[in-house]
Write a protein that binds this ligand. Structure first.
Ligand code: AMP
Ligand code: MG
Length: 418
């Protein structure tokens, strides 16, 4: 017998095999997918996290009327003379937020005005109350103000009929505030994307059930269902099936009826018991990618009755990383949003590592004292490292000798929407 040289690296690239770089796989996904969700009209109050189906136009300007930015006294700038100290007689009354002054302020006089109050006719400038001396019904303050000081012009932020947000935008709290301010009470959004999750494996049992000595609890399904929830989609739980092609097939069939996309975990490789990739392959249109990524391979991608299926690896670390890197931007497109690239930043490494060439690597990491620490083990089954981490360090394809203090790219989990 003549066995091959020992490599002891399950991620080593066998010679002659085509490994798909992560960016190529992402580009293929981006090209192949489109929005699958219909539009529906909903109240702004219920629209958080939803994807806009159409551009939104401001019903009113923001601010809708010129108003004061401070508590003080309003007057017409043009009436000021060039004296060092300005003295103005006060007009009786005041302008308050929600209680405007309905009269006209004559040139050379001032009116008490409060923050947010409409600037009355005859006023274009406001002096801060802290800058004034008040004596009887007159005020005095030093010169130096500019015309329009301490006022906000009507429409200086947004003009009525401006497009404020465009189709595909995912509504966050701050967007809801903007839409409310410009008088938009309802929006057209995409129906929530339904994403189904299936676990596979003879050794896998649902938590809460009795596990034998040779069984493990299903960690992937609760993890992925929660991820989908956090992305603002509707999770569909397909449960767990054993490594049996008929059961896998039946589950995919259910999934294709109930959901717009399906995530499966386990059985995606080409091993004896890897029935997910085999079943997906039986319907054709399966693309099994040997992605040049660690952790990550294998990822099977297929259409089942027209529904995209992500056949994720069974290892929870690989399953989550593949989900964040591939399923997240893909689901965004299916949901009607734009392709999503995570936002990362460079931080000095608090570790050293000799990285091999030819694959992208993701390390479980967190930032402490301004430096990226990585989890003590790169083992793909070490779920505790996922929980320990606060994000991922991404190392690009080429071989690298990383030393303490070298800059590495860190993506907080938040940049993947979890
Ligand atoms: P597989 O991709 O099916 O070869 O599984 C790879 C590894 O992930 C094996 O050690 C499985 O036991 C484990 N695994 C598969 N599915 C799950 C799951 N749902 N939860 C936790 N571990 C899993
Ligand atoms: Mg398996």
């Amino acid at each position: 017998m003549k066995p091959p040289p020992l490599k002891d690296d399950c991620f080593a690239m066998p010679p002659g095999v085509d490994w798909t770089p992560v960016d190529d796989a992402l580009a293929m996904l981006q090209k192949g997918l489109h929005c699958v969700t219909k539009a529906e009209a909903i109240d702004l109050m219920d629209a958080g996290g939803r994807v806009l189906a159409a551009d939104v136009v401001a019903v009113r300007s923001n601010p809708p009327y010129a108003n004061s930015a401070v508590d003080g006294y309003g007057f017409a700038f043009d009436c000021l003379d060039s004296n060092d100290v300005v003295e103005l007689a006060l007009v009786p009354g005041r302008s308050a937020a929600g209680g405007p002054f309905e009269g006209v302020v004559p040139a050379g006089k001032a009116l008490r005005i409060l923050t947010g109050a409409r600037v009355p006719t005859g006023v274009d400038t406001v002096v801060l109350e802290e800058d004034c001396s008040v004596l009887g019904d007159a005020i005095a303050f030093r010169k130096g103000l500019k015309q329009g000081a301490n006022t906000r012009n009507a429409g200086e932020d947004v003009l009525a009929s401006d497009v404020v947000l465009t189709a595909g935008h995912v509504l966050r709290s701050q967007d809801i505030a903007l839409l409310a301010a410009v008088g938009v009470g309802g929006v057209s959004v995409r129906r929530r994307l339904r994403v189904a999750v299936l676990s596979t494996g003879d050794e896998v049992v649902s938590v809460g059930q009795l596990a034998t000595q040779s069984q493990i609890y299903d960690a992937n399904r609760p993890m992925l269902l929660q991820t989908i929830r956090e992305w603002g989609y509707e999770p569909v739980d397909l449960g767990h099936v054993a490594d049996d092609p008929e059961l896998v097939k039946a589950a995919l069939e259910r999934g294709a009826i109930q959901a717009d996309a399906i995530l499966t975990s386990g059985g995606a490789s080409a091993g004896d018991e890897d029935h997910v990739s085999a079943v997906l392959g039986s319907r054709g249109a399966v693309q099994t990618w040997r992605i040049a990524m660690k952790p990550g391979r294998p990822l099977a991608l297929a259409l089942w009755d027209g529904v995209p299926v992500f056949g994720l690896p069974g290892n929870p670390v690989a399953a989550l990383v593949c989900t964040l890197v591939f399923a997240r931007p893909a689901c965004a497109v299916l949901a009607g949003a734009a392709w999503q690239n995570p936002a990362g930043f460079d931080v000095p490494a608090a570790f050293s590592k000799n990285k091999k060439a030819g694959r992208r690597e993701y390390l479980r990491a967190r930032v402490r004292g301004g430096k990226a620490e990585v989890f003590k083990s790169e083992g793909s089954g070490r779920i505790s490292g996922l929980s320990w981490a606060e994000g991922l360090v991404e190392l690009s394809n080429e071989a690298q000798e990383i030393s303490d203090g070298d800059l590495v790219r860190f993506y907080p989990y938040g940049s993947f929407g979890i």
